[in-house]
Design a protein around this ligand. Structure first.
Ligand code: SF4
Length: 318
């Protein structure tokens, strides 16, 4: 009677989600755009972790990478410019059971959305935030972004960007109560995948900066680092991103870095001569705002009214 119970009902296997279950259709980015690699990596993470598509939400702002939710067969919210993070915080505060991914670009997050960037990281709600950093505004056709290198000729600065770029890693490490920050590159799919998987597994806001190629407008932006892997500094530690043998073979320039060492992380971030990849900072004990916003969520309507009246009575003037 193998597989059959006494009542003749069958034990059906639990559904196994495949890549197809997360594939939202043909992605319309330019050929060679790094966004494709990130999309595939996220779909692989979802499959690996068997995240139910109906329990997963992708939220974005505005920009090329913000088309991300359209290409995932999950719930999605394509928001306003710079507003991906507050929308994602809103989703998480009412539906803490959902897996939330945020796709935001350097223009979206580090310019118009910078205020939200600071506070969402401080609130540390449980979500995976991917900063697609291609150092340019791609959707609006090559304008200077906060991370454009000084001297880069763009449509807004034809003679070259005047200011040095924002140091995203150093800035993020200055925010209060951050719990996870990593950096990776779109052209190494294994490191990209391992980083996003580690980020998704973290409870709290995991902030991952992804150096992302935009061949349409800045085709040579990361060429030096791609041609010469020694320009990349691979961070390694037993508490860091799992080190794949293939990745270790490519990147010989390595440094042991304990991700709980904030001062060490800041020192690495301040050195703009090299490109660190790996987990710069991890503090699993940072306060998670979900723990506060979910209080009372199971209350019945009458309990809520009673609690509200009790609070209002405190201010009654006798
Ligand atoms: Fe990608 Fe650049 Fe094309 Fe945008 S403009 S889709 S970032 S290659």
């Amino acid at each position: 009677m193998f597989g059959l119970k006494k009542d003749w009902s069958l034990d059906l296997p639990k559904k196994y989600y495949t890549m197809d279950d997360y594939n939202g259709g043909e992605a319309r980015w330019c050929p060679g755009c790094g966004d494709f690699a990130v999309l595939t990596a996220v779909q692989r993470v979802c499959r690996e972790e068997q995240l139910a598509p109906e329990k997963t939400v992708c939220v974005s702002g505005i920009g090329c990478s913000s088309r991300f939710p359209h290409y995932m067969k999950t719930y999605g919210f394509h928001g306003l410019h710079g507003r991906a993070l507050p929308v994602a915080c809103g989703v998480k505060s009412r539906r803490p059971d959902l897996n939330v991914f945020v796709a935001t670009g350097d223009g979206d997050c580090c310019s118009i959305g910078a205020g939200h960037w600071v506070h969402a990281l401080r609130y540390n709600m449980d979500m995976t935030v991917m900063l697609f950093d291609n150092n340019i505004y791609g959707l609006t056709k090559k304008q200077t972004s906060p991370t454009s290198p000084q001297g880069l000729a763009t449509n807004t600065h034809p003679d070259g960007a005047w200011l040095p770029p924002l140091n995203v890693l150093a800035a993020t490490l200055g925010f209060s109560n951050i719990s996870y920050m990593a950096q990776t590159v779109d052209w190494n799919p294994t490191h990209l995948y391992e980083t996003l998987k580690s980020a998704q597994q973290h409870r709290g806001l995991s902030f991952v900066r992804i150096l992302q190629r935009c061949p349409a407008f800045v085709p040579t932006m990361f060429e030096a680092a791609m041609q010469d892997p020694d320009k990349i500094l691979l961070l390694e530690h037993e508490k860091g991103i799992p080190l794949d043998a293939g990745v270790a073979k490519v990147y010989k320039n390595r440094q042991a870095h304990d991700p709980s060492d904030l001062i060490g992380a800041r020192t690495i971030a301040d050195n703009t001569e090299q490109i660190p990849i790996g987990l710069l900072y991890h503090n699993p004990s940072a306060l998670v705002y979900d723990d506060f916003t979910t209080q009372g969520m199971g209350m019945s309507t009458s309990d809520k009214i009673e609690a509200l009246n009790r609070e209002l009575d405190r201010f009654a003037i006798q």
